[in-house]
Design a protein around this ligand. Structure first.
Ligand SMILES: Nc1nc2c(c(=O)[nH]1)N[C@H]1C(S)=C(S)[C@@H](COP(=O)(O)O)O[C@H]1N2
Ligand SMILES: [Mo]
Length: 423
């Protein structure tokens, strides 16, 4: 399995990547590819790994993800499932739980909320309790605490990674997401400010580190422990919540039941699922997930800064290589989002970026979520072309033509060229 390079080394990405590319470029169905694989191609070995050992009630024996992943809704990467943008057209502002993308470093655990306890500990709390003397909260305790509801995106840091390869010719290893490593939902739970106050946070606390109860991550034969990513106290106290509900129902297994962090505007890894412990520290905290992974390494970066806030992106609600009849009016739809500031403008180009016209915005534009838009288009000549959409936000940023490379393939915020054919 090679050295630890980025967020996706934990499974056989090359095989999954191959599957993905074949599926995209040849139009072969996943089932057909699996049949081919069973005929003796190395994919079998890769997929076989996903027959995780633990008892996984309700889960297909071969999937680390519990919920069904119908191919018309998802691109299945094994422990990650990408939302297909062409399946979103008829959905509302939020993405229903069963349609939301999944990103697991190992596999989804099934946790009993009755016996589950959240343990909060560390030098940043009054009395500096260690784990054995942690402040404990049961699921019922959390349900009784004041609740806040927010509508916000969770987006993987690597969303859009494949375009580092296909558009900029500098591939970054790992899951070759198109743009479907994002979803917007309404999350309800206890504000971390409230929770940490009750746990006795001190003024000199600097970092908060949630730890997941999913199986520990093993890479290159080394157990690097549970998924855990430190978050500065300032952000935790500002607007982060420990969510118990997603779109009005208790979290589903894949999305962090019984409780997960939701950290608006920050890369997905900050929103740790299946939280079992929270360390509150008066010293900066470090884990693999803010030192080796989810850091920016590349020619334009120095000092490997951790990835924090997300970038700006736009997506058409269309399959790649969609076909349109010449001379007939279409209404193209899509969504744009920025973690920095509200979206102020969306433009579409149907001539390879030479001219741009404004798209029409629809409905809410919630900061750190997204805005929906539409654009009428009548293709005038046959052939292949690419559609482009670009957004601008209130901070003055506009999506650029290219973005600086980083080895993890994070934060691809450039304009995506969406190939279509007019017939
Ligand atoms: N415990 C735990 N938390 C986790 C992860 C994980 O593997 N384990 N994956 C992270 C990553 S990389 C992302 S992008 C989001 C994905 O959230 P979702 O699966 O609910 O869409 O969860 C984050 N929280
Ligand atoms: Mo992620």
């Amino acid at each position: 399995m090679g050295e630890l390079r980025n967020e996706d080394v934990y499974f056989e990405t090359r095989a999954e990547q191959l599957l993905f590319e074949l599926e995209r470029t040849r139009g072969l169905s996943r089932r057909r590819l699996l049949q081919l694989a069973v005929a003796g191609v190395p994919l079998v070995a890769a997929l076989g790994r996903f027959g995780a050992p633990a008892a996984r009630a309700g889960a297909a024996a071969t999937s680390p993800i519990v919920k069904p992943l119908p191919p018309e809704w998802f691109v299945n990467f094994g422990s990650n499932a990408e939302m297909r943008w062409d399946a979103v057209t008829d959905l509302g502002y939020t993405i229903p739980n069963e349609r939301f993308f999944v990103r697991d470093h190992t596999s989804t655990p099934i946790i009993d909320a009755g016996s589950w306890r959240l343990r909060v500990f560390g030098s940043g709390l009054r009395g500096a309790p260690d784990l054995d003397h942690a402040v404990e909260f049961s699921y019922r305790d959390l349900q009784r605490l004041p609740s806040r509801t927010i509508t916000t995106a969770i987006e993987c840091a690597g969303n859009g990674r494949s375009f580092f390869d296909t558009q900029q010719h500098t591939p970054a290893g790992g899951t070759q997401w198109h743009l479907g490593g994002i979803g917007v939902a309404t999350w309800s739970g206890v504000p971390l400010s409230n929770l940490l106050e009750r746990a006795g946070i001190r003024r000199d606390a600097v970092d908060v580190m949630p730890s997941g109860l999913d199986p520990t991550v093993v890479s290159g034969g080394v157990d690097v422990g549970h998924v855990r990513r430190p978050l500065p106290v300032s952000k935790a106290l500002d607007d982060a919540i420990l969510a118990l509900k997603m779109n009005g129902t208790p979290l589903s297994y894949d999305h962090g039941f019984p409780a997960r962090f939701v950290v608006p505007g920050w890369v997905g890894i900050s929103s740790v699922k299946w939280v079992g412990q929270i360390e509150v520290s008066s010293q900066p905290l470090f884990s693999l997930w803010n030192t080796t992974q989810y850091v920016l390494v590349g020619p334009t970066y120095t000092g490997a800064p951790p990835v924090t806030t997300q970038t700006m992106k736009s997506a058409f609600e269309l399959p790649f290589f969609a076909e349109f009849p010449v001379g007939r009016e279409q209404v193209l739809t899509g969504r744009s989002w920025s973690a920095n500031a509200p979206i102020t403008r969306i433009e579409v180009s149907v001539d390879g970026g030479t001219t741009w016209e404004k798209a029409r915005r629809h409905g809410p534009s919630i900061p750190q979520a997204w805005v929906r838009w539409s654009f009428p288009w009548t293709p005038t000549s046959k052939g292949s072309l690419d559609l482009r959409a670009r957004a601008a936000d209130a901070s003055g940023m506009t999506q650029p033509e290219t973005v600086p490379f980083n080895t993890g393939g994070y934060l691809f915020g450039a304009i995506v060229k969406h190939p279509v054919t007019v017939v």
